[in-house]
Ligand binder design. Structure first.
Ligand code: GH3
Ligand code: MG
Ligand code: MG
Ligand code: MG
Length: 313
């Protein structure tokens, strides 16, 4: 599965649409070289309301992974073009920041294969051929686990980006990289402009739609390794990993231009929204998170003072 590593660079720069934009139904990614099995499963699982992406080519599965953003991945172990364990290894390596349950399936039910599945981090192993009802029950269980873990631990319910609880953890990781390897990183605070007016004019539900769109745009416009957090109400924080201030400023400004242009169409009205942003580079690996937050916050304050819809670094 060599090509998956080559893909990494481009994958991270074209971050895909959030899975949640595909609707609320769970997204299941099936990776199996047996196309008739895939067609059968797709039909059965879509009947119960799941969105199924079935891919026969493991290389393609890996590259499309970023676009699909599945809630559960089912991987056949024995495939012509690659070993399912390689696919699993890739997913585990690249997705440390997210929890996406994986289920290995195989006709080979040997102890070695089962143990290897769990040791490599798979959440379940199912022998083929299997009973469809049992398969569905076991995938359902994994979907419940994912929802639980996302909601309780890391992910903001409304916008599906990370919540505040995760931010400190992520900061500690980047701080560590700064100390060990001298990797620079930046912290940005973003606050929607006159957001109260959006709520007042169009209602709270439309306000929520704006928040979701905003979060989606932030995810799409940043790299996989960057961390987007809903910090509170209509304030978001981005940690730009391995990034110097100049680049972080440029990314934030590009996001600003994109958001400003986005035409919201709600309640019979078309309107646009803007945000202001303060961004700082972390230049002292020992200073606590709050220190940089304060600095970014005063840059944000300056952006608001200067007339909003701008980035200040
Ligand atoms: P400013 O440009 O100075 O930031 O103006 P603002 O109106 O955005 O100012 P402020 O920060 O005081 O207002 C934030 C508003 O965001 C107030 C609150 O009603 C709204 N808000 C916070 N959380 C949510 C939410 O989850 N959903 C919706 N719809 N609105 C929210
Ligand atoms: Mg096979
Ligand atoms: Mg605010
Ligand atoms: Mg605001």
């Amino acid at each position: 599965v060599k090509s998956c590593y080559e893909y990494e660079e481009s994958a991270s720069t074209t971050f895909p649409s959030e899975l949640y934009t595909q609707g609320e139904e769970p997204v299941i990614l099936l990776i199996d070289d047996d196309t008739s099995f895939l067609m059968y499963m797709k039909e059965k699982l879509e009947k119960i309301g799941w969105y199924v992406v079935a891919i026969a080519n493991p290389q393609k599965a890996i590259t499309s992974f970023y676009d699909v953003r599945p809630d559960c991945v089912v991987i056949d172990i024995h495939m012509k073009e690659a070993n399912g364990f390689e696919v699993l290894g890739f997913l585990k390596e690249k997705l440390k920041q997210q929890f996406i349950p994986t289920i290995m399936v195989s006709v080979d039910n040997s102890k070695v294969v089962r143990i290897k599945s769990y040791e490599m981090g798979a959440d379940d192993f199912i022998q083929k051929p299997f009973d469809l009802d049992e398969f569905i029950a076991r995938v359902k269980r994994q979907l419940e686990r994912k929802r639980h873990i996302d909601e309780v631990l890391l992910v903001d319910e409304l916008t599906h980006v990370y919540n505040r609880k995760y931010l400190k953890q992520a900061y500690a990781l980047m701080q560590n990289e700064w100390k060990r390897l001298g990797e620079p990183f930046c912290l940005a605070i973003l606050d929607l402009d006159h957001f109260k007016q959006v709520n007042d004019r169009y209602g709270h539900l439309v306000g929520d739609i704006v928040l979701r769109k905003f979060a989606e745009l932030l995810r799409q416009g940043t790299r996989m390794s960057d961390i987007v957090v809903r910090f509170g109400g209509e304030e978001f924080v981005i940690l730009f990993s391995k990034t110097k201030i100049q680049e972080a400023y440029e990314v934030a400004n590009r996001l600003r231009e994109q958001f400003e242009r986005y035409p919201f169409q709600e309640e019979g009205a078309t309107f646009s929204c803007t945000f202001s942003c303060g961004v700082v580079e972390v230049t002292d690996g020992d200073a606590p998170f709050e220190h940089w937050l304060r600095l970014a916050d005063s840059a944000l304050y300056e952006a608001k003072q200067k007339g909003r819809n701008r980035v200040v670094s």
